[in-house]
Design a protein around this ligand. Structure first.
Ligand SMILES: [Zn+2]
Length: 566
């Protein structure tokens, strides 16, 4: 707000103006309508209503108006004569005559104040006053699909993030959310554009900033001079009253002397306040202050990022430069089209990238799948695919320039693409007659767990490779033996126990010869198997038979030593 004859300070919000007046101790003149001082001017502390009246009344711009707030009989409350007032537009005023009074502000300034108040309303059609939230583009974002104003949605988690959301139709027509864009992506890009646009004007900015500060301080000093003049006048009048009283009227003289003392004390107090104000804010900027302003204006990005610059200040600057920003997300992809409407009527168009949750939402997902298929068909391992994608410039869903191997393996799994392992291509990893466990399991037609059992029981020899994979030694003889194990019927364990309990020799119980190194088939039974078989025989002869679970475990442990029995 700019006032003539008062501080030339621009405020965007009504409340900012009120707070400034309170902080500076500036009072507003009010003509008393009742009481002992009825009809006289009283200087009172401003409040919201009085300031609003001052800002909206065209009389301060020199216009005579009648019928600005007509009474609507339907809104009148019986017994309360002051009710029923409504506000109508200027076209409906009964009398409107400009330039009939001495004006404090020009008519254009008055209209600018009204426009500002209108724009500060917290409704969806207006941008609203800038507030202290982190979203710098709040009130400036417009949806490119439905052309409605987008609102800010602050997240409730610890990230402190926020989104610009077009969801007005959710509450009005129960439609789904139109679009949602992460706030920091757009804020960062728009701020870069604005700072780039402001860079050539840094010198002008420093000059204007210095002029503005000096003008504000000059106007504030003028206000202080008027307040000082007023208290001096009142003290002088009290002095004159006291000097003119006859000495015989001692009671009256004593009262006048007390009033004179009060006025003198008020004058002294105000003078001390003015001296303090002058010390803190001299009317003319010092050389040091000018240099500070010039250096700050020369480095606008540093000034923007300074801790002394509040989010409200940043929003204020953005609103001075931008009219609005039209946003449209291309489908569900990472592409966001921006149209920046600059103050002054020009516009620029841009495209920025946002993060998406699913890789499948990327605009280049079909091309990426095709490339992955090609690389898998070429036999590349995960590390090679990661390097190739990074070299070719493929970005992840979060904008990273390199895929994580685990993430890439998940993607390939979802696509049904099977990678060969890196070690599969290194012939030096496997010695003669050595197999990868998976390969051997596939060769024998068994699952990996079966081979683990064989390793645990000592029927095959195995080791770990450098990357932790199992390598199993199995020559031709071992393979043929393992095929016999695999082909043995499932009921062989129970059958063997049955035969042992009846001491019937099993004609098929032929020990398998060792393979030379004693790994595949020990000539002797293991201690566990010997003990298990012995205990089975002993229990069958003397004691009661154990429960089914213990019996099964023991017999299974014992008979695993003779898996070839069928
Ligand atoms: Zn929309």
């Amino acid at each position: 707000m700019r006032r003539t004859g008062a501080p030339s300070i621009d405020f965007r919000a009504h409340f900012q103006t009120l707070r400034f007046l309170i902080e500076q101790g500036i009072k507003l003149p009010i003509r008393a309508t009742s009481g002992p001082t009825q009809g006289e001017i009283e200087w009172r502390r401003p409040c919201r209503v009085s300031l609003q009246y001052l800002l909206k009344n065209p009389i301060y711009a020199g216009a005579y108006v009648f019928g600005r707030r007509p009474i609507d009989p339907r809104r009148k409350i019986p017994g309360r004569p002051g009710t029923g007032h409504t506000t109508v537009s200027p076209e409906k005023w009964k009398v409107f005559l400009r330039d009939r009074y001495p004006a404090y502000i020009t008519w254009d300034q008055h209209q600018a104040i009204l426009d500002r108040i209108q724009a500060n309303r917290n409704v969806c059609k207006e941008a609203g006053a800038p507030r202290r939230g982190a979203a710098l583009l709040a009130g400036l974002m417009t949806c490119g699909r439905c052309h409605l104003r987008m609102r800010v949605c602050y997240r409730r988690d610890a990230s402190g993030g926020y989104d610009y959301v077009c969801d007005r139709m959710v509450s009005e027509r129960a439609e789904p959310v139109c679009q949602r864009v992460a706030g920091h992506v757009l804020d960062d890009f728009i701020v870069q554009q604005v700072l780039k646009a402001l860079e050539p004007a840094s010198l002008d900015l420093s000059l204007h900033a210095a002029e503005n500060i000096e003008r504000q301080r000059t106007d504030l000093d003028l206000l202080w001079q008027k307040r000082l003049e007023r208290v001096r006048f009142e003290a002088g009048r009290a002095e004159r009253h006291y000097l003119r009283i006859e000495p015989e009227n001692r009671l009256v003289a004593r009262e006048l002397a007390r009033q004179w003392d009060q006025k003198l004390a008020a004058q002294r107090s105000l003078q001390e306040e003015y001296d303090r104000f002058q010390r803190t804010q001299p009317r003319i900027l010092t050389a040091e202050e000018r240099e500070t302003i010039r250096s700050l204006a020369a480095d606008i990005p540093a000034l923007w990022a300074s801790s002394a610059t509040t989010n409200s200040d940043r929003k204020e600057i953005l609103r001075q430069v931008l009219d609005c920003i039209v946003v449209e997300v291309v489908g569900r992809t990472e592409k966001v089209r921006l149209r920046i409407e600059w103050a002054g009527g020009t516009h620029t168009e841009h495209e920025v990238r946002r993060n998406v949750v699913r890789t499948e939402d990327l605009s280049y997902w079909p091309q990426l799948v095709e490339r992955l298929r090609e690389m898998v068909a070429q036999g590349l391992v995960v590390e090679q695919i990661v390097e190739t994608l990074a070299a070719e410039g493929w970005r992840t869903s979060t904008g990273a320039d390199r895929f994580r191997p685990a993430h890439l393996q998940l993607l390939l799994k979802r696509l049904g693409l099977r990678l060969r392992h890196r070690m599969d291509f290194d012939p030096s990893v496997l010695a003669p007659d050595e197999w990868w466990m998976t390969t051997l399991a596939r060769e024998l037609g068994v699952c990996r767990v079966t081979i683990f059992h064989w390793i645990h029981d000592g029927w095959v020899r195995a080791r770990r490779s450098m990357d932790g994979r199992w390598v199993v030694h199995a020559d031709e003889e071992t393979l043929s033996r393992l095929r016999i194990y695999r082909g043995a019927p499932h009921g062989r364990h129970a059958r063997r126990r049955y035969l042992q309990e009846r001491s019937v020799p099993n004609p098929t119980e032929e020990p398998i010869a060792p393979n030379g190194n004693g790994v595949l088939m020990p000539r002797k039974m293991t201690k566990a198997s010997e003990q298990a078989v012995r205990s089975v025989g002993t229990e069958a002869e003397s004691g009661p038979r154990p429960g089914p679970s213990a019996r099964s475990a023991r017999s299974s442990s014992a008979l695993r030593a003779f898996p070839h029995c069928a």
